[in-house]
Design a protein around this ligand. Structure first.
Ligand SMILES: Cc1ncc(COP(=O)(O)O)c(C=O)c1O
Length: 363
């Protein structure tokens, strides 16, 4: 006997990356590289906005349109405020999109492997998920054009591969699809370009953005959609009236307005990404060039001179890192079992990871 709808009963909940409580303390010595948080603090302007909050802002309901953020984000992205909808993290936009476009007769399609929340949302919405496998290089699968899905999602850069599909290819996809194309750009702040321009050319494109990664605000829960006003108006019917709170609006607006801090922060992460990628490759991992704030490292480690010269299992390396208080992400999923997803940390964190890997692989 269950009180739940059958599809809810059958859904296996999304498993967020482990958040060890003791790592909140700086002195713990632990290294947390498992949930793609930014290793640097948010802009000082965010902390200033926090200090300047008035009790009145808590007593009253927040602005349902989050206009302060909407206007700032419109300016940064060279669009109009009515092209923007704010949401409680990019994840809320994904849930809203499934509710808006999918049901028993209206499937979703996406390439795999990708963000593991998509299949969970499909189950909750009771819609069929058409999963089209990526090739080894994570190129855009041609088959995606012919699925007939009501919603197609492309995570770009893709998680967990970090690979990037170029804007022209996504423009052709948007042109060929009969349904909506949602481009999940949660990590695009770490890429060289983005798909915002497609919103001007196509009435079926929704761009997802997150303040969690590039702006160091994962704890705040703030994201937004960029799309044509017709799509934005439709999506707004589904969101909670007050889906983003007054504190979040004020702080997210302060963060996006401080573009100088944001750009410097992103450049630091990119420089560390280049260094970490090189070091991992030297240790024998196969690492595709990443356009995000993480890398996907395939364990193919046959250390020169190591006896026996066997490849290490990713799960084994993961366990050994965890024992050393170093947290990365291991997905026990097809095509990912031999890989580790590693968030780019500070120089110090990345050094700790590399020296621990050196020890683990040498034994
Ligand atoms: C691919 C992808 N999309 C969207 C999100 C949602 O991010 P948030 O809800 O923190 O804005 C995440 C979070 O990790 C992600 O990895």
């Amino acid at each position: 006997m269950t009180y739940f709808r059958e599809n809810i009963e059958k859904t296996k909940a999304y498993e967020p990356g482990f958040q060890p409580p003791f790592l909140l303390s700086q002195e713990s010595g632990g290294v947390k590289l498992n949930t793609n948080e930014n290793p640097y603090p948010p802009s000082p302007q965010v902390l200033k906005a926090l200090a300047e909050l008035k009790p009145e802002q808590l007593r009253r309901y927040p602005d349902p349109m989050a206009s302060a953020f909407r206007e700032a984000a419109a300016e940064v992205n060279s669009v109009k405020p009515d092209n923007i909808m704010c949401c409680n993290g990019g994840d809320e936009l994904l849930r809203i999109a499934f509710e808006a476009f999918c049901d028993e007769n209206r499937p979703v399609a996406y390439p795999v492997p990708t963000y593991s929340l998509y299949p969970v949302l499909a189950k909750l919405q009771n819609c069929r998920a058409i999963e089209v496998p990526f090739d080894k290089e994570f190129n855009l699968p041609a088959k995606l054009t012919g699925t007939g899905a009501a919603l197609t999602i492309i995570c770009n850069p893709n998680a967990p591969s970090g690979t990037f599909i170029n804007v022209e290819e996504l423009a052709s996809l948007a042109d060929e699809l009969s349904g909506v194309l949602l481009i999940d750009e949660a990590y695009v702040d770490f890429s060289e370009t983005n798909c915002t321009a497609l919103v001007k050319d196509f009435d079926n494109v929704i761009i997802l953005r997150s303040m969690s990664k590039g702006y160091s605000l994962a704890g705040l829960r703030f994201g937004y959609a960029i799309a044509r006003p017709d799509l934005i108006t439709g999506l707004m019917k589904i969101k909670d009236s007050y889906n983003v709170d007054a504190v979040a609006i004020a702080l997210a607006a302060a963060a996006i307005k401080d573009q100088q801090y944001f750009k410097e922060n992103v450049e630091k992460v990119k420089a560390e990404r280049a260094g970490l990628t090189e070091q991992l490759r030297k240790l024998g991992f196969v690492v595709p060039d990443s356009f995000a704030n993480f890398v996907l490292a395939k364990c193919k480690n046959k250390l020169v001179g190591a006896k026996p010269a066997v490849a290490r299992k990713a799960s084994e390396v993961y366990e050994k890192l965890t024992q050393r208080n170093i947290y990365v992400r291991y997905f026990n999923y097809p095509k990912l079992k031999d890989k580790l997803r590693i968030t780019i940390g500070t120089a110090e964190q990345n050094d700790k990871l590399i020296s621990a890997l050196g020890e683990i692989l040498a034994v």
